[in-house]
Write a protein that binds this ligand. Structure first.
Ligand SMILES: *Cc1c(COP(=O)(O)O)cnc(C)c1O
Length: 246
């Protein structure tokens, strides 16, 4: 199966899952998680109409930008971001950083974005929904404060939440995690935007609280049924990753 055929098949599955909750497939943003794929595979996905490509590693992303792998599609950063690499990501080239997991990182992104001309960096807050010690992301209890900080930062636009449930969760547990993230997303939208989940102007940006990014190859249909507006699919589009190759 080619990348284009895989994307077509995923779109059909997205359409069905979306319809089951009264949405359309086109309401769901499909992000191709393209870590460890080459520029040619990324270009194939762009040609096949992927909504965005998401990268995990700064160095790999910089290389593939130089190879023009993403031309024609928005680029997202979806991996763990170290503070000392923020300046390589906040350049105006990345249209959404999905994986902002701490106040310190928010402040670093603000500093970098403020150094660019006329640029506001859209971000999602990553929530460590399983409260796993080894995983980055805001703990659920710290999320509201993180969002409130983000809303004071003039070069950041906070658009919603991203989450990855624990790797070893059963499908049933996984669905419960998705439900919990959805509940947080809705509650925060209410608290932060006073029941107005549309446009609101707090830090002089037009903030929209409109993106809930959850679901990967193994569980994106469950995520959509739980309320995801964005899914990040790697293996089912690009094939298995070979971690032993450089
Ligand atoms: C790799 C990755 C994905 C996609 O995972 P698959 O199981 O290959 O679909 C999604 N989100 C993030 C943050 C990832 O690192």
């Amino acid at each position: 199966m080619s990348v284009a055929e895989n994307i077509a098949e995923i779109r059909e599955r997205i359409e069905k899952a979306a319809q089951s909750v009264g949405k359309k497939g086109s309401d769901i943003v499909l992000v191709g998680a393209s870590k460890m794929t080459d520029a040619a595979a990324c270009r194939e996905a762009v040609a096949a109409g992927i909504d965005a490509l998401g990268e995990n590693r700064v160095q790999e992303m910089r290389l593939k930008i130089s190879q023009r792998a993403y031309d024609g599609a928005p680029l997202h950063f979806i991996g763990h971001l170290q503070r000392n690499k923020v300046r390589q990501v906040v350049t105006g080239e990345v249209s959404l950083i999905q994986s902002v997991g701490s106040n310190a990182l928010l402040l670093e992104i603000e500093k970098a974005a403020a150094g660019l001309e006329n640029f506001i960096q859209p971000v999602l807050l990553e929530v460590n929904i399983g409260e796993e010690a080894a995983k980055s992301g805001f703990l659920p209890d710290d999320l509201q404060a993180g969002a409130e900080l983000a809303l004071t930062l003039r070069h950041i636009e906070v658009r919603g939440l991203m989450a990855i449930p624990p790797f070893d969760a059963t499908p049933e547990e996984n669905r419960r995690y998705f439900d919990r993230v959805y509940a947080l997303y809705v509650d925060m939208g209410r608290n932060l935007f006073h029941n107005n989940i549309n446009n609101i102007n707090i830090n002089n940006n037009i903030n929209k609280w409109d993106i809930l990014s959850m679901g990967m190859s193994g569980d994106f249909e469950d995520a959509i049924r739980a309320g995801a507006t964005m899914v990040r699919v790697g293996t089912s589009i690009f094939g298995a990753r070979h971690y032993n190759k450089s």
